[in-house]
Design a protein around this ligand. Structure first.
Ligand SMILES: [Zn+2]
Length: 306
């Protein structure tokens, strides 16, 4: 169940558009902050469906439910709402967060058949006496310019945005291409765990049921809100070298491991005990859309949805 649990009611139909907000929050008000804030403050004071920050994307309410985000009945009932977080802090962090918001909006427009326009992409200040989205308006040179920018950018991003048309997908190690099947969004899931969402398929890296053990072959599945999709990204350094390990919540002490070190036909992505070797080491490379490519340090191949 979502954090907000449908408290603002169920819409019962697809959203007709998206409101984009700026949270007017401090540099520390990231996704992890909002996860706990929403659970310790009255939701009547307002909340949005999504909070997008430097540490990831927090979905606070299901798309099928309403949210109290704009003080306007039509807006609260019929629209999705996305907060660009950390809007009072560093400009580059804010701009990165805004771009991630627009990529998420593009994905949602595609999913719900929304064409970006003046009537579907909305600013909070259109319906309420507020400066929100204050920082976007400052950055883009006024409310009208901001709206035009949002509509154009979302339209552009929709060309590349994928929606899930399948419920599962295999993953393999493949040569790096930089394409969406090698890009993963790191979504904050609380308590230092994340979900890894493949951009092309919209599916999540998942430990198969009953397979939290050595030699388990990892796959991508639809979001299922179980521990099978929760991962810890462990950052290691060795001298001047840095890399990451991926540890599943279901099998602490085991790590994502590349079969045969990614050579001699080794394409499978498995779980294995800590080998303390390159089979389990990855570099994370951030792409311009805020997603990440997981590059195996030995074979230089990337985790790929196939
Ligand atoms: Zn707002």
């Amino acid at each position: 169940m979502s954090i907000c649990g449908g408290v603002a009611g169920r819409r019962g139909r697809n959203p007709v558009g998206i409101f984009i907000h700026n949270d007017a929050g401090s540099p520390n008000a990231n996704a992890a902050f909002y996860r706990s804030w929403l659970q310790t403050h009255p939701l009547e004071n307002g909340f949005a469906h999504y909070y997008v920050a430097a540490d990831g994307i927090l979905q606070a309410e299901d798309d099928a439910n309403c949210a109290w985000h704009c003080g306007n009945l039509d807006g609260n009932l019929n629209y999705l709402s996305i907060e660009v977080c950390q809007s009072m802090g560093d400009i580059n962090i804010f701009k990165d967060n805004e771009e991630k918001v627009l990529a998420l909006a593009a994905q949602k427009c595609k999913q719900f058949g929304i064409t970006p326009s003046n009537s579907t992409i909305r600013l909070h200040r259109e319906v309420f006496a507020t400066s929100c989205p204050h920082r976007s308006v400052e950055v883009h040179g006024g409310a009208a310019a901001t709206k035009a920018y949002f509509i154009n950018r979302i339209s552009e991003l929709m060309i590349g945005a994928a929606i899930s048309t399948q419920s599962s997908s295999r993953v393999e190690m493949r040569d790096q291409t930089g394409t969406d099947n090698q890009r993963f969004y790191i979504e904050d899931a609380g308590n230092d765990y994340v979900r890894l969402k493949n951009k092309k398929t919209g599916l999540y890296l998942n430990v198969p049921a009953g397979e939290a053990k050595n030699d388990a072959v990892l796959q991508l599945y639809e979001k299922n809100n179980t521990d099978a999709q929760l991962w810890k990204i462990i950052y290691k350094s060795h001298g001047h070298a840095q890399y990451t390990l991926l540890e599943p919540k279901l099998a602490p002490g085991k790590y994502v491991s590349v079969e045969n070190n990614g050579i001699n036909g080794g394409v499978k992505v498995k779980l294995w005990d800590d080998l303390k070797s390159s089979k389990q080491k990855f570099w994370t490379k951030q792409a311009d859309d805020g997603s990440y490519v997981f590059v195996h340090v030995y074979s230089l191949k990337a985790i790929t949805a196939v």
